[in-house]
Structures are given as structure tokens and as C-alpha cells.
Design a binder for this molecule. Structure first.
Ligand SMILES: [Zn+2]
Ligand SMILES: [Zn+2]
Length: 498
């Protein structure tokens, strides 16, 4: 959603009444103050502009490592103030000092700062990286290999990790991979390259163990979070622990804590979002620096917001929910206002269909559009292709079902039912706390999509429909208010061109 200077002026979507669309007509829109959110993204953004020109990780192993010290605070990011776990009280006396030392590094808050950096690079509108599940990892490795940024290097590790997992699965399978099926899939790669990636991958597999998602919290060379000297020491620890069975077991034993599990959950959500549905992380809508928050709050903000896959209805939260105006006398009340007597589907003639789950194969990605904040970008199978044809349903705006007229801002949308004879505002969908990613759609005076109240698979929902063909990489926008009223402060692409 956009920020405009007139943030306190409530503007009803009614202004667009003449365009004749129920959802658009009733959309209540008040402009939200995004400054807190922007501060958050800016503070992360500042840490991300460093260019990386260093060779791949493996070369660092071969250099002489300085004696490793405990992490020292970086200039910009405060090091972890958390006390080391009890088991680490004496690293030197631990049977696996490298494992004990590595645990300290993983618990260093700079890992979290780096994680935020990875996410913020991913949020840049020109970051087009896509994991294509239909393409083998080979070509993706090569594509990524050219990207020398922190993000590119992280992806190389992720591809190596996957390659090793693939090899291990083939080995463990009932039919042993005698014919080298996995190797065959990588036949465009030379033996030495293949073995290098495979070996590195096995190291990541051993290091992560059951901690799926931990990969996102290992330092990547030359981020602003860690100095060269520290990084070389860190990489040596990774090799030592990652190449030894006993050391990696000791590492995992020391690592096992609620803290690590929460870290890994966030890492896993990020890694999954690279190849599937994008997710928004808790800290992205907050204003404070994540690493300066108390640990409990930091860990909860680190996690991805769970996107709703349907509207939620909790009647006990609104005990005095008034019967909606126009609600038929013979319909029971209280009831879920999006369901009562709602049968059939506007998208098909069927009575019992699955239209609600039929969406384009590539959902939109979350991007950071600077002043406008987060928004959604169209995604196709490849660069420059058609993402969503005109009149395609891109997705649904889900939120919490609350009584009509509860909110007057743009983080709630009125849901209109046309099946009651007249158009009736039966409820609002409130998406300030939770919702689907479509709650991030920005306003555009020349929008490419619109909100549409309709009945899909027996439920009244707000669909996001393309009103024009939308190409890969374009921002998806909807009209939230009357452009004549707000042109002065509007940040949308068409107004900024004027
Ligand atoms: Zn249907
Ligand atoms: Zn505009």
C-alpha cells in the first residue's frame, strides 16, 4: 500500500462508483502511514549495498587461517549479547572445540542481520532469480554461479545442498543409483566441477543435519556483517565440522535449542519461498531493528507471516455482531456471512467445484518498491513472458471476517454480496494483522488488476483479477482511491511520470 502525504484523510473507494464494480465501489480506503515500515526497510537496505568481488567459498579454505577468536562486534551490527550456552563455557576443554566454536558463531546476531540482508536483496524489483522446478539444478547452478553477490553465493550453496540431497536420496533408495542417474542429469558439467559442487553439497548436508534451514544462517563472504579475517576463520570451522562425522554430531548436539529451531524455521521458510509461494517476514512490517530487540521478540519477528488460505471467521470475537442490513429474514443469524446459503460458483456452472484453488502456476513475488513499500510483482515462467492474461484471477485477498463498517481504513475491504437481491455489504475483510500476500498490493491510478467480490466454489470472496495482460516483472496494482482527489501525493508509476 502506498504512503501519501495526506495519510490522515480517509478516502472512500466510493469515489470510483461510476466504474461500476461492487468491490471497488465499496472498498474503504484510508491511507496508511508507512513511515515505520519504510524505516525498517531502509535500515536493512543500507547494509546491502556492498559489492562482492571475491572468489568462491572453497578457495577461502585453502588460505592460512588466523587463530580463531570469539566473534567480535562488527562496526555496524551489534554482536550477540546472549550468554553462550552452558555447554560452551569452556570451548577449549570440549572434545570438539571446532564444533563448540561454530555454535557460538551460529548464535551470533550478525547471522540474523545477514539473513535480513539476503531477504532484502531478494526484494529488489530487478532481482529476477527463479528456481524453476522443471529445470535441473545444473543450469541453475551455472546461472547462479555468475552472480557474485551475497545472494548469488548463498544460492550456489543452496544448489550444492540440493545436489547432495539428491545424490543421497538416490543412494538410500530401494533401487541403488548404480547407473549414476544423478550424474547423468548433470552431464553438461565437467567431472571436476560436478565433484566440487557435490563435495561442497555434502559438507552443507552434514553441517545442517536435521536443522533444515540452517544454511541461511551461515555467513556468506564479504557481507557487511563479518570481516575478511573472521570469515576465513569461520570457513575453516565449517570445513572442519562439516567434513567430520563426529564433529558434526557434536555440533548438532550443542546446537539443539529452541533458539536454533526458530532460526531454522525462518531459514526454511525463506528457502521454500525461493521456489514457491513468496512469504512476508514479521520484521518487514515493523519499524525497529531486528537485532536490537529482546531475543523473544526478535525470534518471533524473524518468522514468516503465515498467509491465510481462506477468510477466517471467529463469531465469538464479535458477540454483538449486528445482522447485516438486507440479510434475508429466513437466513439464520449469527452465521458466517460469506457462506450462509452460498452455493455454486461464478467461475463455472458446477455445484461442487475446485475453482478456488485454480490459480496461475506462478504466484506473484513480494518486492520492495522504495517509497511505496512492499508490493507485488507478476511472475511468469521466464523473463518477459506473459504472467497473467486479462481477466485471469491472480489470487484472493483473504483476511479476517469482521462486521461491516468496523474499520474505515484501507487495511479492511467491504465484502459485497449480490445474491441478496440488492448489493449488500455483509462484512469486512480485515487484513491488518494477517491475510494473504495480496494485502500488499499497491495503488495505481492506471491499475493492472482490480478487486472483485464473487462467489467461488460456494464461498463469497474478494478475487484479484487482471484487467489487462500483465507481463513478467511488472508491478501488479489496483485502484484504491479516486485519482483526481489524490494525484498530488500519489506515488504510483503513472502519476510519477507526469
Ligand atoms: Zn467453480
Ligand atoms: Zn497515481
Amino acid at each position: 500500500m502506498e504512503k501519501t502525504p495526506e495519510a490522515s484523510v480517509p478516502i472512500r473507494g466510493d469515489a470510483t462508483r461510476s466504474t461500476g464494480h461492487p468491490a471497488k465501489r465499496r472498498a474503504t480506503t484510508e491511507l496508511r502511514d508507512r513511515s515505520a515500515k519504510q524505516r525498517a526497510t531502509e535500515s536493512v537496505g543500507r547494509r546491502t549495498r556492498q559489492t562482492v568481488t571475491h572468489p568462491v567459498d572453497c578457495s577461502a579454505n585453502q588460505r592460512a587461517a588466523p587463530p580463531l577468536q570469539a566473534p567480535t562486534p562488527a562496526a555496524k551490527i551489534r554482536s550477540s549479547s546472549a550468554k553462550p550456552p552452558k555447554a560452551l563455557a569452556s570451548v577449549a576443554s570440549h572434545p570438539h572445540p571446532a564444533a563448540a566454536n561454530l555454535v557460538k558463531w551460529v548464535r551470533d546476531k550478525r547471522c540474523i542481520a545477514q539473513f535480513q540482508e539476503l531477504v532484502s536483496i531478494r526484494r529488489k524489483p530487478d532481482n529476477e532469480f527463479r528456481f524453476d522446478p522443471d529445470r535441473d539444478t545444473t543450469s541453475q547452478l551455472f546461472q547462479i554461479g555468475k552472480d557474485k553477490t551475497v545472494f548469488g553465493r548463498f544460492l550456489t550453496r543452496l544448489c550444492q545442498y540440493r545436489l547432495a540431497q539428491e545424490v543421497n536420496q538416490a543412494k538410500d533408495g530401494a533401487l541403488r543409483d548404480m547407473g549414476g542417474q544423478v550424474r547423468m542429469r548433470y552431464n553438461t558439467m565437467s567431472d571436476s566441477t560436478y565433484h566440487h559442487h557435490s563435495r561442497e553439497g555434502q559438507k552443507w548436508v552434514r553441517l545442517c543435519g536435521k536443522f533444515d534451514g540452517l544454511l541461511s544462517f551461515f555467513f556468506v563472504y564479504r557481507t557487511t556483517c563479518i570481516s575478511d579475517v573472521e570469515y576465513r576463520g569461520f570457513m575453516n570451522l565449517l570445513s572442519e565440522v562439516g567434513n567430520g562425522q563426529d564433529a558434526s554430531e557434536a555440533f548438532h548436539k550443542l546446537l539443539d535449542s529452541d533458539y536454533t529451531r526458530q532460526l531454522c524455521q525462518a531459514g526454511k521458510e525463506f528457502q521454500q519461498s525461493l521456489e514457491g509461494q513468496d512469504v512476508e517476514f514479521g520484521w518487514e512490517s515493523g519499524g525497529e531493528s531486528l537485532t536490537e530487540q529482546p531475543e523473544k521478540k526478535m525470534l518471533s519477528s524473524l518468522r514468516a507471516c503465515q498467509p491465510l488460505t481462506e477468510n477466517t471467521y471467529n463469531p465469538t470475537a464479535h458477540p454483538a455482531w449486528p445482522r447485516p442490513e438486507g440479510w434475508p429474514d429466513d437466513w439464520s443469524w449469527p452465521a458466517n456471512p460469506t457462506l450462509e446459503r452460498a452455493t455454486g460458483c461464478d467461475d463455472c456452472r458446477g455445484a461442487d467445484c475446485d475453482c478456488i484453488s485454480k490459480l496461475p502456476p506462478f504466484g506473484p513475488r513480494i518486492k520492495n518498491y522504495g517509497e511505496k513499500g512492499l508490493g507485488l510483482q507478476a511472475v511468469a515462467s521466464a523473463h518477459g513472458k506473459m504472467a497473467y492474461r486479462k481477466r485471469t484471477t491472480i489470487g484472493y485477498l483473504f483476511g479476517e471476517i469482521v462486521p461491516a463498517n468496523t474499520y474505515k481504513d484501507e487495511r479492511a475491504l467491504d465484502l459485497v454480496r449480490t445474491d441478496m437481491g440488492e448489493e449488500v455489504d455483509v462484512c469486512q475483510l480485515d487484513f491488518r494483522h494477517e491475510g494473504s500476500i495480496f494485502r500488499l498490493l499497491n495503488h495505481g491510478c492506471n491499475p493492472s488488476a482490480e478487486f472483485k467480490c464473487k462467489k467461488v466454489s460456494g464461498k463469497w470472496v474478494v478475487a484479484v483479477e487482471a484487467i489487462t495482460d500483465i507481463l513478467d516483472g511488472a508491478e501488479i496494482t489496483v485502484r484504491y482511491w479516486n485519482s483526481r482527489q489524490n494525484k498530488a501525493g500519489c506515488l504510483c508509476n503513472s502519476c510519477r511520470k507526469d
